[in-house]
Structure formats: C-alpha cells, structure tokens
Design a protein around this ligand. Structure first.
Ligand code: SF4
Length: 667
C-alpha cells in the first residue's frame, strides 16, 4: 500500500491524444520524496539538454507535494516544473489554493504533459475518467473567466481549474498559470502550457488517501495548529509588520505600506521614494483597500488568510495574492487604486506580477531615453496609467513592440540593442528580480541571489532574520524560544551579529557562517517544495510551525517512509543537486551565479569570490559550480556523474572540461 501519495501519475501525450495512468516506483519517493524532488528526477531522465522549452519533447509537470491532501495544515502546493523559455533552465513554481489536494483525491500524484495538441484543448480529470476536451470556444478568454466557464459547462462547481489567459496562449515568456486563489507565475510556465495547446487542467476528486500512522500523524497536525495559535497571539517584535506573523506575507491584511513603498524601488527598479508614505497617502490607500477588499481568504486546510477577494468598482471580482498588490502601482508611479484595478486585468491575461510591471516600466524608460521612439508606441496614451494598460495589452497580444517585450527585459534588451541592455539591470539568470537596490553587501543574500535556482522573488530567505537587531538584549530574547534551529550554533551567529562595527555586513556573518545559513534556508525551501507545504508556514517566516525537527515525523507517520533529520537532509540535498545538475547540463556555470550588478552599491569582489568558492566547496561543487563525482556518488546520483563524463562536462578527476552556453534564444 502507498501512503500519503497515490502511487500513480497521469501521463498525457497531447500530440497523439493518449492518456495513461502509470504506477510510480516507491523507491523514487524514498530518494526524492515527491513534488519538486520527483519532478527533477523525471526532467533529468526524460528531457535532455538539447530539448528547447517550446519543443514537443519538453515536459510540463503538475505535481502535488508528497503530503498534499493529508490533514497536514497548509500542505496544498502544486509544484509545476518545465524548462523555462526565459532562462532556458529548469523552472519550478509553486501554486497554493486547492488544486493539488483535489488531484490526490482524484487518484494521481502528478500530471505529466508531453507533445503538443494541434488544437486548443483542456484536460478534464474526474477521478478515473480523464478526457482531453475541445477548448476552441475558450480561446482568448481570461484565466478566471475560463475557470468559471468550464465549471458551468461541466456542471461541476467544485472542480479545481488551473488555466492560462491570453499571455500563455501567445507564449509570453512571463505568462503564469492561474488557479483562482493562487498562481504558478515565475519563469513562463504559462507560455509552455500555451505552447502545448492546453488552456486548462480541471480536476475533481472524491477518493481518500492513506496515512501510515493516522493517530500519530493527527497528533502532529494538532501540535502545528496549536503552535500557529500561539504565534498568532505572540507576533515577533522588532521586525517589519509582514514578518511578524506566519503565512505568506500578510499583504492583504496590511494597511501600513511605509516599509515597502519607501524601501523598494519604483519604476523599473530605479527610483527610491524615501518620503513617499505621508498621512494623506496612508488615508487614501486605506480607503481604497477597505472599499475594494471584500474578503480575506485561505488555501486548502489552512487557518491563515493570506489572500483577498478584490472587487474594483465596475470590474469583476478577482483574488489577489501577496505583493502584486503593490508591483503595478510602484512600477507606474501611481496609487493603490490603479494597482488593484490593473492587477485584475493582468490576472485574467495570466502574467507574472513581478516581471510584467518591470517589463512595462523598462519599455517606458527606453522611450524616455530615446532608445525606443514614438514609432514603437503608436497611439500610446500620454499618462502613465494609460501607458501601462496600453503596454499590457500589446505584450499579451504580442503586437508591435509588445512582441519584443513579451520575452522579458533580458531578451528584449538584446533584441532592441542601442544601449537597451543597461536598462535590463535587475535580472538574475535572465529573470526579473525583486525591485531592490541596497547599499552594503549582505553576504547571506549574496549567496542566495548568486546560487539560487528557485528564482522566486524572496529567494530562499526565511528562518534566519534578514537583519541584525540593534540591541543584544533583543537578540537574546529572540533566540530564547528559537527551537527551529537545526544546530545551536545559529543562535550564536545571530547573537553576535551587530548593525555596525566588526561584526556587521559585509564581513559578518563570516563566510563559513553565511554558507551554513544559506544552506539551512535553502534546505527548508526545498523540503517544502517536495512535500507541497506552503512556505508561509515553514521556510519563509521566522520561527515557523514546520521545521527540520518535526518534518521527519510527518513523513514517517504520513508517508510510511522511515525518516530522520539526517536522511531528510540528505534527500533534500540529493534533489537540490539534481536541479543543479539539470541546469549544468543545460550550460549553466559560475558566470551565471551572480546577483544584478547594481543590487548593492558597495561591492567586495574578493569577499564575493571567497563566498562563492567556499559555498561551492561546502555544497560539493567544483570551482565552476558543477557537482563533483564524489559528491554525486555520496548522494546516489552516480548516473548524473556518468552522464557528466559522457557529455564532457566533467573529467574523471572532477575538472570541468567543457563550457556549454545557455544563451539560446527561444522563439
Ligand atoms: S499560509 Fe497563507 S498562502 Fe500559505 S497555505 Fe495558508 S492561506 Fe495559503
């Protein structure tokens, strides 16, 4: 018997219209857990580096995490993986909501799409009955509108729908997959779905899943719920409002936006407005939010309420998540009313709320600086808000300059030339990042930005505070009940971290400490992404209810896999390394492991080199960032090592032997 997982994947060949229910190997679950871990294994096995993102041979995998659908609070993530058209590397993006548990209840752990459908279709998974259905009548429809129309035509109000909008259909490189309460937004997953001719995947499931030791498992779940209650009653003092509690950043409940609006950059990550947040702005924005926010809402099986339904007068109601609340506002130098309105349209089109505003602001900066001209913007309105609406429309339709911009700032700048590349200044691995420009290099964030392959906007942060507390007594108070640490040394690291002086950035945390901290943070994110746990209850906030000490118990009693902290850490390291191996096989090297040049004003090349060298070594990677034969053997990834040698990526003595290029333009 399989526990927590169903033991079956749904394989869909869109070219042939063939659907198969395929039993999976339980040994893969032991080695790679599920979700991201087994997605990576499938991509390694079945998508060689010669496969382009828009090739029929590229796979698009929708995976429920290992513990999704169990009573584990907040465990509801769908992990969507493919090869990204924007980065040409492995993309994995998570969406919350209700889709993943529904898939489990229908009897499947993953849906694996391959090939391309000649016509626009949607997939209807209704327990054992699975059909590919015509979606020609949905062509051009918005993502939310599509979900509603499909539910009506199937007469299944409880069906969960993951759909793309016009942006996905037109293969916009930053197109998202929308799922009502949540979306898989980063790295152009929606473009790959559109390229495959799939408008939506619709799921309804009414089966049960098995739990290995139900009494023990429920006890653990209750402990988590109790702890959430405790943390809600005891917010962490001394950190910004949205980090004081649990959940994904509680943006929808927050009225005080002083911190974001004054510290994040506006426009295309270019201007900081230090005195923006006045009493008048606060009053106006509070009124806007209170009048448009109709309800705070949650994902499946979670007491937190991180999202909200937004009802802009005269526009359809939609669900807004997280920081997209501000991204359009800040890019357009406008106000919250505009931000909440344009986000409705952007959600219907199905685009990433971080890349899209930056791409539009980038276009306007090129215009203002004469690199693009009036001819590129025929009939564009004169006001900033009007221009944003105009650009959004052009981009998702790939019309005129919109066709170039639809590939994101990196590729658009290359195509435009004439100095445009200097304006695409906020990318990591060709993907738009958080609009932040800071002063002093932070060694922990340097490593996260440089080596991260998750490429989400919050990187792999969490667990360890983002900045030192000014007074030692506050730090002492913080570490007192910090039981989530994997090792007591982390408490000392934090206790000794000062805002100024010898023990401050950039030389403190020291190189070795920075490696330890980044590794811990990354491990927790990767575990969440395999189990399907919301980062808002585990890897993202300070002092979360899920951590390295209780996760093994959840896996043992839930999935029936004998697990302890070491074994779990080793499994996470294994599939994290596999993600890197996939990207290395696609040409990623040390040159790609870098933050945006202007992310910090004060840079320290020697220190940065030492950080990268030491971290590579710590992770078992050689000087080019390639996992070594020894580390691959240690992780039972001998097959990766063998292929690295066959392909000339490594020699037997672990020296890198060949540089490939990830610089391929996908069209
Ligand atoms: S913490 Fe928020 S984002 Fe996470 S599962 Fe709960 S409601 Fe969803």
């Amino acid at each position: 018997m399989r526990y927590a997982e169903t033991g079956f994947n749904l394989e869909v060949d869109l070219t042939r219209g063939n659907i198969e229910r395929v039993e999976t190997d339980p040994r893969d679950t032991e080695l790679y857990l599920g979700g991201l871990g087994t997605n990576a294994k499938i991509l390694w096995d079945r998508v060689p580096p010669e496969v382009e993102p828009f090739s029929p041979e590229n796979l698009l995998i929708f995976s429920a995490g290992l513990l999704c659908g169990t009573p584990a609070t907040g465990c509801n993530r769908t992990i969507v993986s493919t090869i990204s058209p924007q980065t040409n590397l492995m993309a994995f993006s998570m969406m919350g909501g209700f889709w993943a548990p529904e898939l489990k209840y229908a009897g499947y752990d993953k849906v694996i799409l391959r090939g391309k459908s000649p016509d626009l279709v949607y997939l209807w998974i209704n327990n054992d009955k699975v059909e590919i259905r015509d979606a020609s009548h949905l062509q051009g429809k918005g993502a939310t509108e599509t979900a509603e129309l499909i539910r009506q035509e199937l007469n299944e109000p409880k069906a969960q729908v993951a759909a793309i909008g016009l942006a996905g259909e037109n293969r916009v490189y930053f197109a998202s997959i929308e799922q009502g309460r949540s979306s898989a937004s980063r790295q152009g997953l929606g473009a790959v779905m559109g390229d495959k001719g799939v408008k939506a995947i619709v799921v309804r499931g009414t089966k049960d899943i098995n739990i290995a030791k139900p009494v023990e498992f429920l006890g653990l779940c209750n402990d988590v719920l109790e702890y959430i209650k405790f943390r809600n009653q005891n917010p962490i003092p001394g950190v910004m409002t949205i980090l004081q509690g649990l959940g994904s950043p509680q943006e929808m409940a927050t009225h005080d936006e002083k911190w974001h609006t004054e510290n994040f950059m506006w426009g295309n990550s270019r201007v900081r407005r230090r005195d923006f947040w006045t009493d008048e702005v606060k009053k106006a924005w509070t009124q806007t939010m209170d009048s448009m926010r109709t309800r705070l809402i949650s994902c499946f099986n979670c007491p937190m309420k991180c999202a909200a339904t937004i009802s802009p007068p005269g526009q359809p109601t939609y669900m807004m998540k997280c920081f997209s609340k501000l991204t359009y506002t800040m890019a357009a130098m406008s106000d919250l009313d505009f931000g909440l309105r344009i986000a409705q349209q952007a959600t219907e089109y199905g685009v990433d709320g971080f890349s899209t505003p930056q791409v539009m602001a980038f276009a306007l900066e090129l215009y203002e600086n004469g690199i693009l001209t009036d001819q590129d913007f025929p009939e564009m309105p004169a006001d900033s808000e009007g221009r944003f609406y105009w650009l959004l429309d052009k981009i998702v339709r790939r019309e005129g300059i919109g066709d170039v911009l639809a590939n994101g700032t990196y590729w658009a700048a290359k195509a435009i030339g004439n100095g445009a590349e200097a304006y695409a200044h906020n990318n990591i691995k060709k993907h738009e990042q958080l609009p932040l420009k800071l002063s002093m290099l932070n060694p922990v964030y340097f490593l996260m930005y440089a080596t991260g392959e998750k490429i989400n906007i919050t990187q792999i942060e969490g667990q360890f505070p983002q900045a030192p507390y000014p007074k030692r007594e506050h730090r002492e108070a913080f570490v007192k009940d910090w039981f989530q640490v994997p090792d007591e040394k982390f408490k000392q690291y934090f206790l000794d971290w000062e805002p100024r002086g010898e023990n401050s950035n950039p030389y403190y945390p020291t190189v070795q400490m920075s490696c330890d901290i980044v590794d811990w943070q990354e491990k927790m994110h990767y575990i969440d992404d395999a189990l399907g746990m919301c980062a808002g209850l585990s890897s993202f906030p300070l002092k979360p209810p899920y951590h390295i000490h209780n996760y093994p118990k959840f896996i043992s009693s839930g999935a029936g896999i004998d697990m302890d902290e070491d074994k779990l850490s080793q499994a996470a390291k294994r599939y994290r390394t596999l993600v890197r191996a996939i990207n290395i096989r696609r040409g990623m090297r040390r040159k790609d492991d870098k933050p945006p040049e202007n992310h910090w004003k004060k840079r320290f090349p020697e220190l940065e080199k030492e950080l990268l060298d030491t971290y590579y070594n710590f992770k078992g990677w050689n000087n080019e960032g390639i996992p070594t034969q020894a580390s691959l053997r240690d992780l039972d990834l001998n097959y990766v090592g063998e292929e690295f040698i066959q392909r000339g990526i490594l020699t037997n003595d672990d020296a890198p032997s060949k540089e490939n290029s990830a610089e391929k333009v996908q069209q």
